[in-house]
Design a protein around this ligand. Structure first.
Ligand code: FCB
Length: 470
């Protein structure tokens, strides 16, 4: 089901009331758009491997070609400039820059990002680098992956190769994109690369991802010769109990514990939440924390990236009223609210974004926030010219930007909004069927056609930036 709910005038006023300094961006990630997986010395990442596992990705699709951005980068940057946004958030492919995940930089790999940054700056667009958006070099997975402690140190060395090259021109740095997805989808649920199903391994991955973030943050901070903004991006939503029953409330608490607090508590307060540690102990899992780790993980950072798509209501019992699953673990069942959904079947719930931002500001105060991803896949229907009149996506963006403005009025320090995504692209295990772009990509010709949502978004960004309301 899709929605085409129009913007109310109250929502338009909210958006028009955002300050001229508010950042308007578009986001992508390396494996989802670059293609050119064998070029200029790039080696395989866990996603190259995972895509070859039968049944792992819809239609057996891969990122081998994707949007061919590696070869079309200057045109894509021109497109970003034409849209009228001010920031481009992209990720650097670790196996391009440091093939195999160890040793010196690969000059040809670094050169691509060097050119990208120069191209962006030349066109007045601010570059925003994400160092890790899920493409771990396969060799490091073979050596244990994120459940192994050494990967945190390997990540830090890689981060410095990029930082040393680009920090003379790049101010905004994100260490990790969505460590929840790396750990849970990758190591517990097997839905993402590397496709493991081992809860203990996933929890070890959480700690080592956070350790990698902290180590890299400390080293980048020490090496910076110009002002930089360092941060991490988490995917979050609100977790609400379906009823007031003890089982439902415990399910919501656990979901929030493993979704949000297991990241933000150590990052901000240098400790893991005690209820989460108790829950893990009940499952026989201990986090592999060594003395000093939590000081590293809680190294000060400047900015929290929030990726928001939906929020969930939780029940502590399954469809048959049972409170334990087959493995004897307590049930956490996401219960639909009955709201309209996107093509991902994700419920559209902008109020959850307001609630989330207000909650983060309350529980983790003093941390400026940028929405580093927000957007929606819909079943686009291009006309004969390739143009997509995506009122559904436009409404999604507008209502979520209005939700950000509402959170700001309630005191949340949110400084920008980046649409996911610039282009239709390789949507991980869903392949190319799910289109998140505000620009359509015709995968046969690689033609790019801005959708209605892109026109609306760029126009809105321009107007707000210049202080001109409707
Ligand atoms: C986020 C990812 C991004 C994209 C969107 C839809 O979890 O960071 O790469 O897949 O979801």
């Amino acid at each position: 089901m899709t929605t085409t709910s129009p913007l109310t005038s109250a929502q338009s006023d909210l958006i028009a009331g955002l300050p001229p300094s508010f950042r308007w961006g578009v986001a992508t990630s390396a494996y989802q758009i670059e293609g050119a997986v064998h070029e200029d010395g790039r080696t395989a990442s866990i996603w190259d491997t995972f895509c070859r596992v039968p049944g792992a990705v819809a239609n057996g699709e891969t990122g081998d070609v994707a949007c061919d951005h590696y070869h079309r980068m200057p045109q894509d940057v021109a497109l970003i400039q034409d849209l009228g946004v001010d920031t481009y958030r992209f990720s650097v492919a670790w196996p391009r820059v440091q093939p195999g995940g160890r040793g010196p930089a690969n000059p040809a790999g670094l050169a691509f990002y060097d050119r990208l940054v120069d191209e962006l700056l030349g066109r007045g667009v601010d570059p925003w680098v994400t160092l890790y958006h899920w493409d771990l070099p396969q060799e490091l997975e073979d050596a244990g992956g994120w459940p192994a402690r050494d990967t945190a140190y390997r990540f830090t060395d890689y981060a410095m190769l990029v930082f040393d090259q680009l920090s003379d021109r790049v101010r905004s740095w994100t260490t990790l994109n969505e460590p929840w997805c790396s750990a849970m989808l990758g190591y517990a649920y097997g839905a993402h690369a590397p496709g493991r199903r081992d809860f203990t391994a996933a929890m070890h991955a959480v700690h080592h991802l956070l350790l990698g973030h902290g180590l890299a943050t400390q080293r980048m901070r020490a090496a910076a010769t110009r002002p930089v903004e360092l941060g991490i991006t988490l995917n979050m939503g609100t977790a609400v109990a379906q009823t007031d029953s003890e089982l439902d409330r415990a399910a919501a608490r656990r979901a929030d514990g493993l979704g949000t607090r297991i990241y933000l508590d150590p990052l901000r307060y240098g400790r893991y939440p005690s209820d989460v540690l108790t829950d893990l102990a009940a499952r026989g899992v201990e986090l592999p924390v060594r003395p000093g780790d939590l000081e590293i993980i809680s190294a000060p950072f400047d900015l929290l990236g929030v990726n928001y798509y939906s929020s969930h209501v939780f029940s502590g019992v399954d469809d048959n009223g049972r409170a334990e699953d087959a493995d004897g673990n307590p049930v956490e069942r996401a219960v639909p609210r009955g709201l309209p959904t996107t093509a991902m079947d994700w419920e559209i719930f902008p109020q959850g974004l307001t609630d989330l931002l207000v909650r983060i500001s309350r529980d983790y105060p003093g941390l400026p926030i940028v929405i580093t991803e927000s957007g929606a896949a819909f079943d686009d229907r291009p006309d004969e010219t390739g143009f997509v009149r995506d009122d559904d996506r436009t409404a999604y963006l507008a209502t979520h930007i209005a939700a950000v403005a509402t959170a700001r009025q309630a005191g949340a320090d949110v400084r920008g909004y980046f649409a996911w995504s610039l282009l239709d692209n390789f949507e991980w295990a869903y392949g190319y069927d799910k289109r998140f772009g505000i620009v359509r990509v015709d995968y046969d010709t690689q033609a790019r056609v801005p959708k209605q949502s892109a026109l609306w978004y760029g126009d809105t960004a321009r107007r707000v930036r210049s202080g001109v309301s409707e």
